[in-house]
Design a protein around this ligand. Structure first.
Ligand code: F6R
Length: 612
């Protein structure tokens, strides 16, 4: 969590930093700050609130200076307030630090620094780090770079860092362990940031630091070395990233834009992989791993949040088509329960950001136990993408809204492609079925476009339930994970308590919650569970619950019982999650807007969860 930005070069750092912070606000937005060095010395400005509050606070002030760092925070240590906001300055004003991550042994370091006479203004672990660096610098007469390395050799935990030193104003230092750092390389200037989004409008040449690497940037060049001073030859990655992609494109919110992008993002996920004319699926990213995947004894999917729900859809897909047993695990549980992993298991880690700390830790553990680890990530060059043995990028484009929408559908498309290709390879799917599944996949973008045409009706349904305090989502089979996802979307952006259940589970407890104030969103399409789900709807209506049913176009039975129906076009059961999730995304979006919630930046959340 937290976003950091830095700049050194010939331009004024402040406008570059502030724009970068706005692009990174999805990573945290409870306070923001910036530090620049100019001829007058060091200027640090920070405040509780969003980057816009910082901009307002410094209006009219001279923040010129061509080296600087900035931060937008998601609080871990210390409540969000002006003092705990980053950057943090060391006691004697020599070092200024912005930090993404957690220094786990900060208490003992702080105690030692207090003994040496250091005092602290904030409750943060970052201020401890700033002072630790300064104590090495002053006591052992080190250079700024050496002092940073000496301090980082002492810390336990995770960090992505931007550091400036008032005695060495011509350099900007970056370091990484656990939390991502991208460095943008341009002519006579360098950028650093938590991901590529603040950098891509200035340069397409990026270096992603690896763990325990330190970069020293100046307008004359840069060096990268590890904590033991061993020089590292950087790998410069060319990023193909359209800066226009990170604007709202005329929509009121990123979330709405991203919901509407799904026909395109899904097409992008399939581009070059699904050939509709020849009915083939070509997954180059896992081609070498395919034999081992095809003979896996078991697939274990690890993920968090929405990516976990995509993984649950994957379980149905892999078991139906590939006939390989699948377990889907919350990464946070998996990593701590000493799971049994054999070397003929294959782990699939799913992560939009590719930086989720628990998922990253889970794949490291699986690696140690000898399993093949595959990644399904959206962010190119992210930590999970780099640490997996092979993988498939979702290519959904940047997802800025904190609530994940287009990433989910692209993840499901990747899992469907994998399951179909595996099923064919293992001889479980005949040629005709394979061709028809591929035709079904290719048709999904246009089916989603049809659902998006119903947006005005979906908005009116949302209006009817905007004041609800609770909601239940029910689905069966492939639509059970969609029920979970619908409930997650509603609670995270509308702050309405919502629960998703397999529909048949309702009578084992949740049915007690049903009264005339309880909206129940039922996924009731023409699949093999249709008759059963009709019975579930009747059970809800018998208890005077309010039913909003997502039905197959042309259904005339359910409209007689439900309070509202939203029609979606027909498609293969296995692909239904891709279509059925869209009305639920729109409902949560409109309920949140009608309740006056900050849709793109819901309270307490952050897009990239780099702390466990
Ligand atoms: C929900 C949401 C989160 C993420 C979760 C995993 O809308 O965005 O639940 O899905 O934090 O994030 P990634 O996919 O980046 O690992």
């Amino acid at each position: 969590m937290c976003g950091i930005v830095g700049y050194i070069g010939g331009r004024s750092a402040w406008p570059i930093i502030v724009k970068g912070l706005q692009r990174l606000e999805y990573r945290g937005y409870d306070s923001a700050g910036v530090a620049v060095i100019n001829d007058g010395g060091l200027l640090v400005r920070k405040c509780k609130g969003k980057v816009a509050d910082l901009v307002q606070m410094v209006k009219g002030q001279d923040l010129s200076g061509s080296v600087g760092i900035g931060h937008t925070r998601w609080a871990t240590h210390g409540v969000p307030n002006d003092v705990n906001a980053h950057p943090h300055t060391s006691m004697n004003g020599k070092f200024v630090v912005v930090h993404n991550g957690i220094i786990e042994n900060y208490r003992e370091i702080k105690a030692r620094l207090v003994e040496k006479g250091y005092s602290f203004k904030s409750q943060t672990d970052t201020e401890v780090l700033a002072n630790l660096i300064e104590s090495f610098y002053l006591n052992e007469k080190l250079t700024a770079e050496q002092a940073v390395k000496a301090a980082l050799r002492r810390v336990i935990g995770a960090y992505g860092l931007g550091i400036i030193c008032t005695d060495e104003p011509g350099i900007l230092i970056a370091a990484r362990k656990g939390s991502p750092i991208a460095i943008g390389v341009a002519q006579g200037e360098y950028f650093l940031a938590s991901d590529a989004t603040p950098i891509v409008e200035y340069t397409d040449q990026l270096i992603y630091l690896d763990d325990e690497q330190v970069a020293v940037l100046s307008s004359d060049g840069y060096t990268i070395s590890n904590l033991n001073d061993v020089h590292v030859d950087p790998v410069i990655t060319h990023v193909d990233f359209d800066a226009d992609n990170i604007d709202k494109g005329g929509f009121d919110h990123y979330m709405l834009k991203e919901i509407h992008e799904q026909p395109q993002s899904i097409a992008d996920t399939m581009r070059g992989r699904v050939q509709s004319e020849t009915h083939t699926i070509n997954l180059g990213g896992i081609a070498d791993a395919m034999p081992r995947l095809a003979s896996a004894r078991r697939i274990i999917v690890v993920a968090c949040g929405t990516s976990f729900h995509a993984g649950l859809v994957g379980e149905y897909l892999f078991e139906q088509f590939a006939r390989i047993p699948v377990e889907v695990e919350y990464a946070s549980e998996f990593r701590y329960r000493d799971p049994i992993i054999n070397d003929d298991d294959v782990i699939i880690a799913i992560s939009q950001s590719g930086e989720t700390a628990d998922t990253l830790a889970a794949i490291r553990m699986a690696h140690e136990k000898g399993a093949l680890v595959l990644g399904v990530c959206n962010v190119v060059g992210s930590s999970i993408a780099r640490e997996t043995d092979a993988g498939i990028y979702t290519h959904a484009g940047p997802e800025i809204g904190v609530a994940s929408t287009k990433a989910f559908t692209s993840q499901v498309v990747v899992l469907a492609m994998m399951a179909f290709a595996l099923g064919r390879r293992r001889g479980n799917i005949d040629e005709a079925t394979y061709a028809s599944l591929i035709d079904g996949l290719v048709a999904i973008p246009s089916l989603i476009a049809q659902v998006l045409d119903s947006e005005p009706q979906i908005r009116e349904v949302s209006r009817a339930y905007q004041l609800a305090q609770n909601a239940i989502y029910l689905g069966r089979g492939y639509l059970y994970p969609v029920a979970l996802e619908g409930a997650l979307k509603l609670k995270e952006i509308s702050y309405v308590h919502a629960e998703g259940y397999p529909a048949a589970e309702m009578k084992h407890g949740p049915i007690a919650l049903i009264d005339n104030c309880m909206p129940v969103f039922v996924l009731a399409t023409h699949d093999k569970f249709y008759d059963k789900i009709v019975n579930n709807i009747q059970e809800v209506k018998a208890r005077r619950g309010q039913v909003v049913a997502i039905v197959t176009k042309g259904d005339c039975e359910i409209s007689k019982m439900a309070d509202y129906v939203i029609e979606i076009p027909e498609c293969d059961d296995a692909l239904l999650p891709l279509v059925a999730v869209v009305p639920l995304q729109l409902i949560s979006y409109y309920v949140a807007v009608m309740r006056g919630c900050n849709v793109d930046q819901p309270r307490n959340l952050a897009k990239s969860v780099t702390v466990e």
